[in-house]
Structures are given as structure tokens and as C-alpha cells.
Design a protein around this ligand. Structure first.
Ligand code: AGP
Length: 618
């Protein structure tokens, strides 16, 4: 949920620290700070309660000269989003400084113990407790004569007492040639340079600085010097750093002329869907093909139940996946919120496989749920966008989206790519069982049209912008759809609420008469997803029920029917496609509607309040 960086080398630290924090700001942007060390002039620290841009202006020569440093951009978990609680935090009267990503669950008892030992706290954070705990362990171990090895042992002793999650970067006042990084539950990657080393929460800060990387695993600690890296595992001792090459997909993301990342990513969807399809269509057998499921065809054929889990938008993808798998493959599917699955302990048998759906591959709830299901012996698969992410590494296999970095906090292209992958998986499982060659071929030809259909759908942008002007002051919205478009309605509602702060709810359209229709009045717009199909007439009658109560209606339909144009206040026409692919098409106008309304309301579209792109805390 926070972004952390570290640098040690021949160059000044701040250029990497600031660039790295800018690229990690999507992980949290309540406050930011850097700490650097230049020879033994003591640790220099500056931090702001604001964005990295403000931090950059606050950096002066005192800070800028250091060639060892750490940095942090925060999503507040413990303590308000202010300067005092901003990282880095100092420990033991300035003997060290650290930046932390994660949540320490036993920080209160540790804080009390340290206060009884005379430590003074200035912040409300759990991270400052870690800083003083390391200092306390150092004092215990080495007294006043401190050697670098004492620092390592002090960190090891301190983290052994922590319960919870951490990604840590730590520098020590007396040693300008030592940077320590440690990981448990929050991601950390080391960039290997020539006489310089980099540390970051993910690979995006490393682009342009190095293409050699080492992923730290849980319970690993790295002693980083400018010309070498040692990795120690809590139980296994010294381990050889596994140096990998940075994926070419981890490109240096920039706006490319768009005003916001979210808009750029909405318009990238024809390409991202093309990427999701690329190389995965098996024309000769009218099916799909995947390289990373790591199960034999026989094993896949024997799958009797599929469990899909995720959070937020990824959970909505899972709901669409349920309809897809059950309709095309006739395999029973369970969908679980990852945060529930971990503790709900549902009865499952050995013929159930589990898919974790996640854009970032770092969502703590999804990671924990997959670990639990793996522990119970299930084959776990990740549908993920970030190559080498924690979930991608820990799952038994999976499918990458290849959507390219998604920076906007509101997920858009990842959602439609997740649905594209789930459609191909449904085709694959269907063709293992009852789907005929002809049926498979028809599905493939429909899927191949998707990029073009999405391109066409983007043409509604001007109309959506005009509609947005009329509804920007609304306080409540309803989103309604049936079958495949019930999850689409949920996703449309989430988009609106998370970037425009308007309360919005999604429902199966038929549910309106069981309570929600009481909410309908002239100030509560309802968005109906009402394409042609088996339930068209039913949704139309639900639309009439809302209209009869004076509620404004925005209708998304693929067939301009006089009934719809007569009833709806606005009709957005979308291209026709098979019902199981409609969520991909219908979500485009909903993404644009939320974007345009949020803009009109002056909201920060890419970094909405209270949110972060990757939720790495439970
Ligand atoms: C979606 O717009 C939100 N940003 C959020 O719900 C997100 O989908 C959720 O946090 C899951 O993230 P993940 O896909 O990276 O696991």
C-alpha cells in the first residue's frame, strides 16, 4: 500500500529516490519523504504531507549530496496522513532511518516496552516502533562500539519479534556503505547496477536504471553494498541472489499526451485485449491454449469445480467468470471475496482448482487466500498483470494479462483483459468437455472481433461527456443489469464511486422491486445495461418500473429499439456481440462516464482520495 525505494552507489541517491517515488505514487500518496547519508555527516531527512512533487521541491543540497538513501510515499494505515507520520522514521536518536511498507500487528505492545526502555516517539505509526526496536537491539548487542555486522544482527533480532507484514529499507548513521532491505509479506525488488544498487517496492522505478533484478522473497534480508549483494534467509542462512532480467513489459510509463493515466488506459483497451488474445487461440482445435497452467490435459479435464477469488474489480471479473465457465464449460464455479475466503474455510474437494484474479499481483487479501487454498492442497492459478509479482510467483501457474502497466487507481484495461482471459479459459474448458468444434470456432470468431468492437465503442465518448454534465451533481446512482451484465453493473458502480465519490450501487435489474426501487426519485439516475438477448424484455420492464417512478434513465443498448428510446432519457448505443462478451463492451461507456463525471467534480482521477492502486495490507 506504500511505495519504498533505496539507493547505494557512486552517484547521488536523490535522482533515483525521487524518480522511483514518482513511479510508485500509485501505491499511496498521502505523504512522502527521503533520508540520505553522506559519509558520516549524519542522516539528513526531509518529508512532506503531500505528493512527491512537493517533496522534490523540499530537497536541498544537504539532502541532495548523499549517495546512500531511502525514500517513501505513503498510504496511511496507522496515524493520520501528516508530516509527523510520514516516512522515513528515525530510530534510537538518529542512529538509523527506515522506510516501511506493511502493517505491524503487535506494534502497541512493542511500543509500550520501548517507551518503558526510555524511547521517545514522535509519530503514531507502527513503523517508528520498528525503527526504535532495531536501535534497541543494536544497543543490546553492541553498546557503543558498533560494526556493520551488528546492524545486520540487530535487524534480524528486531524483525524476529514482529507480527504482521513489512518491506523495509534501512540506513545507519555510522555506515555509508551499507543499505539493508528486508521482506515479509510486502514486495521488494533489488535493481543490480554497476557500482550502484537500487531497491523498490516493484520494478517500475528500475526502468532506465538497470535491467538486472533480484526479487526478495518473504523472510529474506539483503545486505546491499554498492558492489555486492548478500541475501540471508531467516531459516536457510545465506542464499544465492537469483538475478533475473527485467521484463520488457515493465516499460517507463508516461501519459503519452493523455491528461490522465485512466483515460490513456481506457483508450489502450483495443491493444490490451489484442495482447491478451495473442498466441492463445488454437484454430486447428477451435480452442484456446495457455503455456502456464502447469496441469496436464487429463488433470484439467478432471477438474470438477472452479473457485474464483479476488478483490474489488477483480472480484467483479470473477463474477463474470462464473457465468462464463458455467455457461460455456458447464463447470460449477464458486466466487469468493479473497478477504472472506481466507477465513471462511469453505468445504472443498481435491477436484477444485483455484484462480486468484489480480491486476497487481500484490493484493494482500488475494495473496493470503491463495496461500490458504494452496496449503489445503488445491492447485492455485493466478490471472495477473504484473510479471514477477508476489502472487504470480507463489501460484502454481497462471495466465498473464499482458495489458502493460496500469497506473490509474481505477482499474479499466485490466478488467477487460481479465474478462478476455476468462472467456478463453471458459472456451478451453468447454472444448475439453461438450463444446463442439463449430461452437468453439464461433466463439473464437466473436472474440477476435473484440478489439475492433471496443474501438467502435470508444466512439461514444463525446455523448458520454455530454451526459456526464447533466448528472455530475447527483448524490446517488443505480446500475442495473442481468446475467452477464449484473457484474458489469457492479463494476460500473464501483468505477463511479471510487473516482467521483458519488454513492452508487449495482444490482441485478430484477432486484429493484425487492427494495432498492424505493431509492428512485428524480434525482437518482439509473444506468441500465439492456442489450439484446434472452433477458432483454425483462430488463426493459425493470426500466419501465423505474421510469414510472420518475427516475432518470441512461440506457446502454446494442439495438436502438423505439421502446428504449421512448423510455430512456439517454441511450448509448454499443456494438452487438455474444452475450458472454457483452461485459467487455458495456464496461467501456461506464468507465468513460465515471471518468467524465469525476473530472467535472474536480476529483483526482488517477489518485482518488483514501485509495491506492495496490492494497498490500489486509
Ligand atoms: C478497482 O478499480 C480498484 N482500484 C480496486 O477495487 C482493485 O480492483 C482491487 O484493489 C484489487 O486489486 P488487484 O486486481 O490488483 O488485486
Amino acid at each position: 500500500m506504500c511505495g519504498i525505494v533505496g539507493y547505494i552507489g557512486d552517484n547521488k541517491a536523490c535522482p533515483f529516490l525521487v524518480t522511483g517515488l514518482q513511479r510508485l505514487e500509485y501505491r499511496g500518496y498521502d505523504s512522502a519523504g527521503v533520508a540520505t547519508l553522506q559519509q558520516s555527516n549524519g542522516i539528513r531527512l526531509t518529508k512532506v504531507s503531500g505528493r512527491v512533487a512537493e517533496l522534490e521541491s523540499a530537497i536541498d543540497d544537504r539532502i541532495g549530496q548523499g549517495s546512500l538513501g531511502i525514500g517513501h510515499t505513503r498510504w496511511a494505515t496507522h496515524g493520520a496522513a501528516n508530516q509527523v507520520n510520514a516516512h522515513p522514521h528515525s530510530g534510537g536518536a538518529g542512529i538509523l532511518s527506515l522506510a516501511h511498507n506493511g502493517v505491524i500487528e503487535n506494534y502497541e505492545s512493542l511500543k509500550l516496552e520501548l517507551q518503558n526502555n526510555g524511547y521517545q516517539f514522535v509519530s503514531e505509526t507502527d513503523s517508528e516502533v520498528v525503527a526504535h526496536l532495531i536501535a534497541d537491539c543494536l544497543k543490546e548487542a553492541a553498546g557503543d562500539e558498533i560494526a556493520p555486522q551488528d546492524c545486520v544482527e540487530a535487524v534480524q533480532a528486531a524483525i524476529a519479534r514482529l507480527r504482521g507484514t513489512y518491506g523495509l529499507v534501512i540506513i545507519f548513521r555510522d555506515f555509508d556503505d551499507l543499505l539493508i532491505a528486508a521482506r515479509c509479506g510486502s514486495p521488494l525488488v533489488i535493481g543490480v547496477g554497476k557500482n550502484e544498487q537500487f531497491v523498490a517496492s516493484d520494478t517500475s522505478p528500475l526502468v532506465g536504471f538497470t535491467d538486472k533484478i533480484v526479487y526478495l522473497a518473504d523472510h529474506q534480508l539483503a545486505l546491499i553494498r554498492k558492489d555486492n549483494i548478500q541475501v540471508l534467509h531467516r531459516d536457510e542462512g545465506r542464499v544465492r541472489p537469483d538475478i533475473q532480467t527485467l521484463s520488457s513489459e515493465t516499460v517507463d510509463v508516461n501519459l503519452e499526451g493523455y491528461p490522465h493515466y485512466m483515460l490513456k488506459e481506457i483508450y489502450e483497451q483495443p491493444q490490451s485485449i489484442t495482447n491478451a488474445l495473442r498466441g492463445r487461440i488454437d484454430y486447428d482445435n477451435a480452442t484456446a491454449k495457455f503455456g502456464g497452467l502447469n496441469l496436464t490435459t487429463q488433470q484439467l479435464r478432471s477438474v470438477k469445480r472452479i473457485l474464483l477469488t479476488g478483490c474489488g474489480t477483480s472480484w467483479h471479473s470473477a463474477l463474470v467468470g462464473e457465468y462464463l465457465m458455467e455457461e460455456l464449460a458447464r463447470i460449477p464455479v464458486e466466487v469468493e471475496y479473497a478477504s472472506e475466503l481466507r477465513y471462511r474455510n469453505p468445504p472443498t474437494d481435491h477436484e477444485t482448482i483455484v484462480f486468484g484474479i489480480t491486476q497487481s499481483g500484490e493484493t494482500a487479501d488475494t495473496l493470503a487466500a491463495l496461500r490458504e487454498m494452496k496449503r489445503k492442497g488445491h492447485h492455485t492459478l493466478a490471472i495477473c498483470n504484473v510479471i514477477g509479482s508476489s502472487i504470480a510467483q507463489e501460484a502454481d501457474g497462471g495466465v498473464y494479462l499482458h495489458a502493460g502497466p496500469e497506473v490509474g487507481v481505477a482499474s479499466t484495461k485490466a478488467f477487460t483483459s481479465q474478462l478476455t482471459v476468462l472467456s478463453m479459459l471458459a472456451l478451453y474448458f468447454g472444448r475439453l468437455h461438450h463444446l463442439s468444434f463449430e461452437a468453439g470456432s464461433r466463439i473464437i470468431s466473436e472474440m477476435e472481433k473484440l478489439p475492433e468492437l471496443v474501438e467502435q465503442t470508444l466512439g461514444c465518448h463525446e455523448q458520454v461527456r455530454e451526459i456526464a454534465t447533466r448528472y455530475q451533481e447527483s448524490d446517488n446512482f443505480l446500475y442495473l443489469g442481468r446475467r452477464f451484465n449484473f457484474p458489469t453493473a457492479l463494476e460500473g458502480a464501483l468505477k463511479l464511486k471510487e473516482i467521483s465519490y458519488i454513492h452508487a450501487e449495482g444490482y441485478p435489474a430484477a432486484e429493484m422491486k425487492h427494495g432498492p426501487i424505493a431509492l428512485v426519485d428524480e434525482n437518482t439516475p439509473s444506468v441500465f445495461i439492456v442489450p439484446q438477448g434472452t433477458v432483454y424484455e425483462k430488463v426493459l420492464s425493470n426500466l419501465q418500473e423505474v421510469k414510472a417512478r420518475g427516475g432518470p434513465v441512461i440506457a446502454l443498448t446494442d439495438h436502438v429499439d423505439p421502446q428504449v428510446t421512448k423510455l430512456a432519457d439517454d441511450v448509448i448505443q454499443i456494438p452487438q456481440t455474444q452475450d458472454f462478451l457483452q461485459p467487455i463492451i458495456a464496461s467501456i461507456p461506464l468507465q468513460l462516464l465515471s471518468y467524465e463525471i469525476a473530472l467535472l467534480r474536480g476529483c483526482d482521477v488517477d489518485k482518488p482520495r483514501n485509495l491506492a492502486k495496490s492494497v498490500t495490507v489486509e
